[in-house]
Design a protein around this ligand. Sequence first.
Ligand SMILES: NC(=O)c1ccc[n+]([C@@H]2O[C@H](COP(=O)([O-])OP(=O)(O)OC[C@H]3O[C@@H](n4cnc5c(N)ncnc54)[C@H](OP(=O)(O)O)[C@@H]3O)[C@@H](O)[C@H]2O)c1
Length: 358
Amino acid sequence: MSNNFTKQDFYFMEQCLLLAKKGIGHVEPNPRVACLVVHQAEIIASGYHSKFGAPHAEVEALRNITDPSILQACTLYVNLEPCSHHGKTPPCVDLILQNPPKRVVIAQSDPFDLVQGKGIEKLLAHGVQVDVGICEKDSHQLNAPFFTFHQEKRTYLRLKWAQTADGFMDKLRHANEKGAFGITGKTSQHWTHQQRASAQAILVGKNTVLVDNPKLDARFFDEHKKIVRYVIDKNLEIPSHYQIYSDDLPTVIFNAHHAEKGLKSKVKLDFSNAKIVLDQISAYAYAEGVQSLWVEGGAFLLGECLAHDYWDEIHVLRAPQKIGQGLTAPAVPTSAQLHKKSPLGEDTLYTYVRENAL
Ligand SMILES: NC(=O)c1ccc[n+]([C@@H]2O[C@H](COP(=O)([O-])OP(=O)(O)OC[C@H]3O[C@@H](n4cnc5c(N)ncnc54)[C@H](OP(=O)(O)O)[C@@H]3O)[C@@H](O)[C@H]2O)c1
């Protein structure tokens, strides 16, 4: 199991990671995975995990091979160790071994309890050359919630807000002025809905619901996606005709008074301080199997998350317009490292990770 990677190996694994990204918003809580079959420096087949419950990347790639005898002269590139257990689909490693390739190149081993190196061991036991550990940082970033959930036994926290060029996340409002104030454009909205779809729950504070009456769904990306809305509303002030209560998506209201299970659940928490509230929500999310919690605001909630170090990634959408006054957006902490700056239509997305996280 050497790790002498060539330039060609890096090129193909980068292509593999790009393909795996197509699963974002569709496959979670499964990891995003792709597989390439390479023969004489050419990709002759490829596949990716496209939907939760759908075939794994290796199955998709290998089903495109018409003459399996060619595989003995091929290298398979896959960003995550092939599975060795019976889940929703049979073990990928057994499928690979029906016509063993010459070599398998893997970015990372699988931390999932039922795999953890067993897929790699099986390939080696059948005489396949296996090389593990290429493009590990990019591969880890692609599946960070999955790795954090399985390795650190906690929910991964992603904070997001939109702000104007002069640093405001809402306009100045007159008393009782309601309704969302759109800061960003359509491309950013689509991206935001894709990110919501990739999380299993979205967290907001009470005022965001009272002011914006948001749906907090993923309709611009996938209108059928069921995401759980988490709302912090200590004294149950949000009226029952608001969308988070009146639609058919699940909502969990964290409050100080009442517990009730159902489509619109109420979970009673100790509200003695903001950090304790965040501790309890994190523990609740983990117990519910939430790998990734997407925190959208408002300013108070985001400020508390930042003050108590409750974040793994920060996403700031900066729009070009200035509004002069309004609700001040949170400051990105100095411990955050700019990972990526990407244009999204007329807006710019700034993605921050923890220093030394990559
Ligand atoms: N631009 C954007 O990306 C964006 C996104 C979302 C919202 N917004 C805007 O932000 C504004 C709302 O923000 P906001 O700062 O006023 O309020 P908020 O963060 O939405 O809600 C704050 C309230 O939620 C409860 N809360 C939140 N975190 C808590 C914690 N850790 N522990 C205990 N309670 C917690 C508290 O309720 P109690 O007072 O009941 O204790 C707190 O007063 C709206 O104008 C909305 O339009 C903008």
